[in-house]
Design a protein around this ligand. Structure first.
Ligand SMILES: Nc1nc2c(ncn2[C@@H]2O[C@H](COP(=O)(O)OP(=O)(O)OP(=O)(O)O)[C@@H](O)[C@H]2O)c(=O)[nH]1
Ligand SMILES: [Mg+2]
Length: 215
């Protein structure tokens, strides 16, 4: 089965995207395969609403392992399956917690192993940063550089080695996100940037078309 990974900085909405996108594709009862950095694996079954409440959250670093769900796409008379893998969010610099550093290393390995890379960014945060018209001292709640950072450039470099690389400009329901989306399109003239809202499931039709082709 081909694997798609959802990657990006912490708190950009990767998990909420995975839960709502799987729901959009038609998954009703979710079976998540959790793969921890120490090699332990576990299967957890839950409803989409429970998955949203349990797995996604406002605090950074909610996700600390690979968590995957199987998506099924109709293809001709049959169907094709694709694994959608949510990952530990990455941060600029070296994180002080060894457990998180190991989980982030696991994310980087998952990018190399994946067929499809969905790079999620927070378009609202990028837009806010653009409007502030300064490149110094702008930080998110986690003390991380807000907006588009060097880390995103590095993720883009890794991801664009794959045919299925796509940038998803998330949180389009928030103020400043349109400015953020415009900045992304200007920066990535050769790459597809799709505006989405993981919260309200907007832009999912375009993402589905892309992912379906890669399944
Ligand atoms: N308004 C808005 N909020 C969103 C959207 N997507 C995610 N969020 C919120 O952003 C916060 C982080 O969401 P998560 O899905 O946990 O983000 P993540 O990238 O998985 O974060 P980590 O696992 O902690 O790295 C939560 O409070 C979500 O409700 C969106 O499209 N719009
Ligand atoms: Mg998460």
């Amino acid at each position: 089965m081909r694997r798609s990974v959802v990657i990006g900085k912490t708190n950009v909405g990767k998990t909420l995207f995975c839960v709502h996108f799987a729901q959009y594709i038609g998954v009703k009862e979710m079976t998540w395969l959790l793969e921890r950095a120490d090699g332990r694996t576990e299967q957890v079954r839950m409803s989409p609403s429970r998955a949203e409440a349990l797995l996604s959250g406002a605090m950074p670093h909610t996700t600390r392992c690979l968590q995957s769900i199987c998506l099924e796409f109709a293809r001709g008379k049959g169907s094709r399956q694709l694994l959608l893998t949510d990952t530990t969010g990455l941060v600029d610099g070296i994180h002080p917690e060894p457990e998180l550093r190991a989980a982030m290393a696991q994310t980087l390995k998952a990018i190399l192993d994946a067929d499809v890379v969905l790079h999620l960014v927070d378009a609202a945060s990028i837009g806010r940063r653009e409007q502030r018209d300064t490149h110094a001292g702008a930080e998110d709640d986690d003390g991380q550089e807000s907006g588009w950072s060097l880390l995103d450039d590095q993720i883009a470099q890794l991801g664009q080695e794959k045919d299925g690389y796509l940038i998803l400009a998330n949180k389009m329901d928030l103020g400043f996100a349109k400015a953020g989306y415009r900045a992304l399109v200007k920066r990535f003239t050769k790459h597809r940037v799709i505006p989405i809202s993981a919260r309200y499931q907007s832009g999912f039709r375009e993402v589905k078309q892309h992912v379906w082709r890669m399944a």
